[in-house]
Write a protein that binds this ligand. Structure first.
Ligand code: AVI
Length: 322
């Protein structure tokens, strides 16, 4: 049985959506919340990024899952599977295949902010796994996890793949990990995929591909703001730039303004002045150390059961228990 629930139908009024845009664009230096990358077009562009030769993350993590999904399923046994940021759920197939062997009927809950991609992947998955109960929750992680906090099951594994945790700053990361612990009971599982630290050149190439797909993705955040908040950002006046900040072990994505001008976002009653050369920080992508991450997870009450990496040790998976 398939089910799709929209958590954020009225989120503009319910959650003061747009407050974060006002806050980001009126501070110095200017920032934007990374979630605005993911309208339907942005999510499609991200799917294309995942296929790029330079963007090793998806391929490498998929390789690890391909090799070890059965071991993961063996350790946890049958459980409810909850995926944060499921996107097209491509890598999830390795896990669902593995869990199918353990449980004739399994429940998989996919959570994503982008309704278009979630709807199509839920339909495809239901066809591929007719005995599974597949549910899609369209909304932010916070909205979906609040819903799950009140629906405990016998055993649950939340998984957060693709190193999406790296897009959260320290405060957001802390908030999310706390919320995840509230959604799990003692003995439940958390599977986390993280991109590991590596030479600057490899990292910068991964976020600055030769075909310009990442640049289109970076600029799309402005198109999204234009349609969502009736804005008039001129995309031709901004140039994407990516740097690896070695001190903070994070990729930083900026949009540099080429000419001083004023932008308005009517729905937010906001007018913003941009100076020539001024930039907006649109995204960080933190790169992790597997050992430090395990210690960090311990502070949230998680015990690491096992970790896996690829032969080059570029990407890591941590399976831990609440
Ligand atoms: C979704 N997230 C893990 C991606 C990353 O690698 O930080 C987002 C991305 N932005 C540009 N390329 C990929």
């Amino acid at each position: 049985m398939t089910s799709l629930k929209i958590m954020n139908e009225n989120y503009q009024s319910l959650n003061n959506e747009g407050e974060d845009v006002i806050q980001g664009l009126t501070q110095s230096p200017k920032t934007l919340p990374q979630k605005y990358f993911y309208d339907d077009y942005g999510s499609e562009l991200f799917e294309q990024i995942c296929e790029l030769p330079e963007y090793y993350l998806t391929r490498t993590e998929a390789g690890i899952l391909h090799k070890y999904a059965h071991e993961i399923a063996q350790i946890t046994g049958a459980c409810e599977l909850v995926e944060l940021g499921s996107g097209s759920s491509t890598k999830t197939l390795f896990l669902l295949d593995a869990y199918q062997k353990f449980a004739s009927s399994c429940r998989y809950i996919a959570i994503d902010i982008s309704g278009g991609i979630l709807k199509s992947s839920v339909i495809k998955l239901q066809q591929k796994y007719p005995a599974f109960f597949i549910e899609g929750l369209i909304g932010t992680y916070q909205q979906a996890l609040i819903k799950l906090e009140s629906t405990f099951t016998q055993s649950r594994m939340i998984f957060f793949l693709g190193s999406s945790l790296g897009n959260f700053n320290l405060q957001e990361c802390d908030d999310l990990l706390r919320q995840i612990t509230r959604t799990l009971q003692v003995g439940d599982y958390f599977l986390l995929g993280i991109d590991l630290q590596k030479p600057k050149e490899i990292l910068e190439q991964a976020y600055n591909d030769s075909q310009g797909v990442t640049a289109a993705f970076d600029l799309n955040i402005l198109s999204h703001l234009n349609w969502r908040f009736q804005g008039n950002f001129d995309l031709n006046l901004f140039t994407p730039q990516v740097i690896y900040n070695q001190n903070n072990a994070q990729i930083e994505t900026y949009l540099h303004c080429q000419k001083s001008h004023k932008v308005s976002l009517e729905a937010l009653d906001l007018q913003v002045l941009f100076a020539d050369g001024e930039s907006i920080l649109t995204q960080i992508s933190r790169k992790f150390d597997l050992g430090i991450m395990q210690k960090q997870l311990e502070t949230y009450g998680f015990k690491t059961l096992k970790t896996w990496t690829d032969p080059k040790e570029w990407f890591g998976l941590v399976l831990c228990q609440a």
